[in-house]
Write a protein that binds this ligand. Structure first.
Ligand SMILES: O=C(O)c1cc(=O)[nH]c(=O)n1[C@@H]1O[C@H](COP(=O)(O)O)[C@@H](O)[C@H]1O
Length: 205
């Protein structure tokens, strides 16, 4: 099932994955557009389509194991794992306080190559937090595949920390697709591109 990226973006919009307005994002940041991929769990066909696109990006990157950034990317990592018969591990948000006291669930070996999966990258902070845990547990992390690069500096931050990122969409091409499909107005597209230009993150994340 080869899905065109344009059709997939419009289906995501129609499923409610794109919110417009003055929206509060992570740590109190405000944004005129918010991409909410958590809705995709209610749309198995979209879940499959996105996971396949991520899998296409992943297929060019050598890796032994997958890990999704909690929580939004976990379902994508799980579908990719099953489809490609690649083992996955899960990072907990907090270390388990009883029994195993683990931060990573699943089986892995030291120096295995772990590919990180993420839904949205803005500053790159959330992804880096997961990378740091994986590395401290002995895994090698050099690449990540993500659904949307908001083009706000995350790629540079990740690169500076030894992580190459590939994305299905950038904010620029997502907005263009939605504008061409009549889902967002020229005015909204302009507001978004001004916001992205003005709201950039550096290496201090
Ligand atoms: O808060 C955000 O910047 C954000 C914007 C957006 O469009 N969609 C979205 O999901 N986010 C959240 O922000 C995180 C990425 O922000 P960074 O950690 O700054 O890269 C994602 O994991 C989401 O929790």
């Amino acid at each position: 099932m080869a899905e065109k990226l344009e059709d997939l973006a419009v289906q995501l919009f129609d499923a409610g994955a794109v919110r417009l307005g003055d929206i509060e994002a992570k740590v109190g940041r405000r944004t005129p557009i918010y991409f909410d991929l958590r809705v995709v769990v209610s749309h198995p066909r979209l879940m499959m389509a996105i996971s396949r696109q991520l899998q296409t990006l992943a297929s060019e990157i050598p890796h032994d194991i997958l890990c999704g950034v909690p929580y939004a990317a976990l379902p994508f990592a799980a579908v990719m794992s099953v489809n490609s018969n690649t083992p996955m591990i899960m990072k907990r948000k907090e270390t388990k306080l009883y029994a195993t006291k683990k931060i990573l669930e699943g089986v892995f070996e030291q120096n295995q190559k772990c590919l990180v999966i993420e839904d949205v990258v803005t500053s790159g902070g959330s992804l880096l937090e997961t990378v740091s845990t994986l590395r401290s547990e002995g895994l090698k992390v050099t690449h990540a595949v993500v659904v949307l690069d908001r083009e706000q500096g995350g790629v540079g931050v990740l690169e500076a920390n030894g992580v190459q990122m590939r994305s299905i969409y950038t904010m620029t091409n997502l907005v263009k697709i939605l504008k061409d499909a009549g889902r967002i107005s020229d005015e909204t597209a302009e507001i978004v591109s001004d916001h992205i230009r003005e709201c950039q993150f550096g290496n201090s994340v």
